[in-house]
Design a protein around this ligand. Structure first.
Ligand SMILES: [Zn+2]
Length: 143
């Protein structure tokens, strides 16, 4: 079966999306959520692990926490980058306060930290708040 494998960021079901539908509002066959959203989606540890392992599009994760000032400052920039990268990468947020197992699993030492996954492996990581243009540049090297 042709198409890109994408894990639904809402229900964690694996979907196959024809490449020509990436930008055309592809939806999860199970729950109907957008598979290629134009904004960051909050995920839990299990969904993150499955998407990082499975996705055929680069996955950019913002490890953050509500108490972290720089994280909150970067949030709108991360949102802009998600819109700019729609169809080329998916951007997700992992709250390390709610999901502390993920913070240790991925050896997150400071937040915010961006980690880029592609082809089932970590390809890049960078710590510190960044503007949208820099987030997009980071995502461009994740392949
Ligand atoms: Zn779904």
């Amino acid at each position: 079966m042709a198409g890109l494998k994408l894990v639904c960021l809402e229900c964690a079901q694996t979907n196959r999306v024809p490449e020509d539908r990436l930008a055309a509002g592809a939806k999860c066959g199970t729950c109907g959520a957008a598979l290629v959203p134009d904004r960051p989606i909050e995920v839990d540890s299990a969904t993150l692990a499955k998407a990082a392992r499975t996705d055929d599009l680069p996955l950019i994760v913002d490890f953050w926490a509500p108490w972290c000032g720089p994280c909150r400052m970067m949030a709108p920039e991360f949102g802009k980058a998600a819109a700019g990268l729609q169809g080329r990468a998916r951007l997700v947020k992992l709250n390390t306060q709610d999901h502390q197992d993920a913070g240790s699993k991925y050896a997150i030492r400071g937040i915010p930290t961006l980690v880029g996954f592609a082809g089932g492996r970590e390809r890049a990581r960078q710590s510190g708040a960044m503007p949208a243009a820099q987030i997009e540049a980071f995502a461009a090297q994740v392949r």
